[in-house]
Design a protein around this ligand. Structure first.
Ligand SMILES: Cc1ncc(COP(=O)(O)O)c(C=O)c1O
Length: 353
């Protein structure tokens, strides 16, 4: 574990984690009297195909083995979370000493890095992206201080929708002694490859992905963290024992078995995105529709507050990002179904007339 000796919080390094008998005994042919479950359950179900009266596998081995085969990344270097939001929180908790350490993030970016840091009493330094929403590695690295433990990068970035330049990400990886977390929540929509294969070359790189976006499974809450075996080891020590429930694990297996459909889902979103972008651009109120590698578009409009409120009055909810750094005047709009996109455009035309 030498690589991380100075990075892992001392109390986490020395932690005796919670252990459950279920970690060793997964075979349901055994008589399991170790975990105070109710053999007469579950309540409210006619059938019990997934043994819901039992605690799930705390290490989700079947799901991870499948992910490992698909990704060519060792299963022991994969940690699953209750959404990738849980992964973000766990990473901050294993590396950052409350009241002392800090993380670096870009501005703008996904809001949870800052919230998770503040919940853990960890300081946050924000470094602006360029005017084209790209990463400036030199500028970012200049802000690294003695207590900077993690740099969070998001590519494609939320809320701007663009990929960060691969070369800039590599420069950050090469120039920083701490941990770089690359959030690839939207990578399946993008034209670039994931950085997962670069973890061997950069062992302090952590890549986070999710089933919530391209996979269309936001409701099951499943985040996937790819890392070195060392980092995964510490994440496993800190995570709640049964953080990914049995229904989620079963649904993830079904999704992975049907993964040939992912390209179709992504293509549907891409077609919708190009069509919606084109039609938005034709509206007078729209100043810019920024190019997107995700399932949303960032749109600069003339009267963001009024448009936002007007849409709410028409039962359409978008994200008002007009006060966010570099996003003045912008709304972030998710690519919906054809019907939803049509409703949005109709409403916006009504605003103009
Ligand atoms: C960049 C980014 N990362 C992570 C998440 C959270 O994903 P999850 O649903 O897996 O918690 C989101 C959700 O919007 C996101 O935009």
């Amino acid at each position: 574990m030498a690589l991380l000796d100075n990075l892992i919080r001392p109390n986490i390094r020395e932690l005796s984690p919670y252990t459950s008998a279920r970690e060793q005994f997964l075979d349901y042919g055994l008589t399991l009297l170790d975990a105070n479950e109710n053999p007469h359950g579950p309540i409210g179900l006619q059938a019990n195909p997934y043994s819901l009266h039992r605690y799930p596998d705390p290490y989700q081995r079947t799901v991870k083995n499948k992910l490992a085969t698909i990704w060519g990344h060792p299963a022991q270097g994969i940690v699953l979370g209750n959404g990738s939001d849980e992964i973000i929180d766990l990473l901050i908790r294993i590396f950052c000493e409350p009241g002392k350490d800090e993380i670096l993030i870009t501005a703008p970016t996904y809001g949870m890095y800052k919230v998770a840091a503040h919940i853990n009493d960890v300081a946050v330094t924000e470094v602006s992206l360029t005017n084209t929403f790209d990463l400036d590695a030199v500028k970012l690295l200049q802000k690294v201080g003695a207590n900077t433990k993690i740099i969070f990068l998001c590519s494609p970035n939320n809320p701007t929708g663009n990929l960060l330049s691969g070369n800039e990400i590599v420069s950050v990886l090469s120039g920083f002694d701490g941990v770089v977390v690359l959030d690839e929540a939207y990578i399946d929509f993008a034209e670039e490859q994931s950085f997962v294969s670069k973890i061997t070359q950069f062992p302090r790189l952590v890549v986070s992905q999710t089933f919530s976006k391209a996979w269309g499974l936001a409701g099951i809450r499943l985040g996937v963290c790819f890392s070195s075996l060392e980092i995964a080891h510490y994440l496993n020590r800190v995570k709640p024992p049964y953080n990914v429930n049995q229904l989620t694990q079963q649904q993830a297996l079904l999704a992975l078995d049907a993964r040939e459909d992912l390209a179709k889902l992504v293509q549907q979103v891409r077609i919708g995105r190009e069509l919606l972008s084109e039609q938005l651009q034709q509206l007078d109120m729209v100043e810019v529709v920024y190019p997107s590698q995700t399932n949303f578009v960032l749109v600069k409009v003339k009267h963001p507050e009024q448009v936002f409120e007007y849409l709410i009055e028409h039962q359409i909810v978008v994200r008002n990002r007009s006060k966010v750094h570099l996003c003045q005047g912008c709304l972030r709009i998710t690519i919906g179904s054809a019907l939803e996109n049509h409703k949005l455009l109709d409403a916006l035309k009504g605003f103009e007339s």
